[in-house]
Write a protein that binds this ligand. Structure first.
Ligand code: PGA
Length: 272
């Protein structure tokens, strides 16, 4: 939910959190298919672009090889470009990795880090993920740090311990003055690509706990500025009830970002 532009916290004016609707295409779409999808998305959103841009941001993260085509297709639009991962070294012998400068060349501003598929399929550790987050911040890229529990962890009553542990580890060494530049995405692993979404109440409980931990670590002002996205089977049908929750500041969308109509509807989330 968007907080009031002039919300007061302990007498301090806090800037509003702008809703962020982010598309994660994962390993889908060739450059040509990506270009066509973005043209259709722009055509769908353009009539409302001026109003939408005031209170929300839209980001699309294509596979690396589709980034140049996507950058062309988005020229002159307010849709931001993201990448699905980033390395933390400027260059060197890191086969298969992509540096921050390579991404910035194409106008990338966001990088998804620590996605559950990176953690579970490619065995990325908290330590590696923390380095990627720090590398993104050092290079003025906005990291979207993903955290989330498996079904086993939820059923065992370990949801908050897992999520908050990943958050704390992922932000190791983060300076309070940099913390507001981080975006967090809560993505329960059992809800990703399964069609089974967390209820808005389940998501809000975790988002609230994330914000509390952020406030303890970085202070209330930073915690109030940090956007916490929900991800996991977000669709046009559930986005409004999720976005209505006080600590849900947007969505990280997989499957439903692969067609222009469904992603455009999610971008038009009602803010209450
Ligand atoms: P999904 O993916 O929307 O297909 O569940 C979300 C994500 O993994 O970011």
């Amino acid at each position: 939910m968007i907080s009031s532009p002039l919300a007061l916290t302990a007498g301090v004016e806090t800037p509003m959190r702008k809703l962020l609707i982010a598309a994660n295409w994962k390993m889908n779409l060739t450059p040509a298919e990506g270009r066509a999808l973005l043209a259709a998305l722009r055509a769908n959103l353009d009539p409302d672009a001026a109003t939408l841009v005031r209170d929300r941001e839209v980001m699309v993260a294509p596979p690396f090889l589709a980034i140049p085509a996507a950058a062309q297709a988005l020229a002159g639009s307010s849709i931001a470009l993201g990448a699905q991962n980033v390395h933390f070294e400027p260059k060197g012998a890191f086969t298969g990795e992509i540096s921050p400068a390579m991404l910035k060349f194409f106008g990338i501003s966001y990088v998804i880090v620590g996605h559950s598929e990176r953690r579970h399929i490619f065995h990325e550790t908290d330590d590696l993920i923390a380095k990627r987050v720090a590398g993104a911040i050092a290079n003025r890229l906005t990291p979207i740090l993903c955290v989330g529990e498996t079904l086993e962890q939820r059923d065992g009553g370990h949801t908050l311990e897992t999520v908050l542990g990943q958050l704390e580890n992922g932000l190791t060494g983060m300076k309070p003055e940099d913390a507001s530049r981080v975006v967090v995405a809560y993505e329960p692993v059992w809800a990703i690509g399964t069609g089974r979404t967390a209820t808005p109440e389940q998501a809000q409980t975790v988002h609230g706990a994330i914000r509390e931990l952020l406030a303890d670590s970085f202070g209330h002002d930073a915690a109030n500025n940090i956007r916490i996205l929900y991800g996991g089977s977000v669709t046009p049908d559930n986005i409004d009830s999720l976005a209505a929750k006080p600590d849900i500041d947007g969505a990280l969308v997989g499957s439903a970002s692969l067609t222009a109509e469904s992603f455009a509807r999610i971008v038009r989330a009602k803010l209450s």
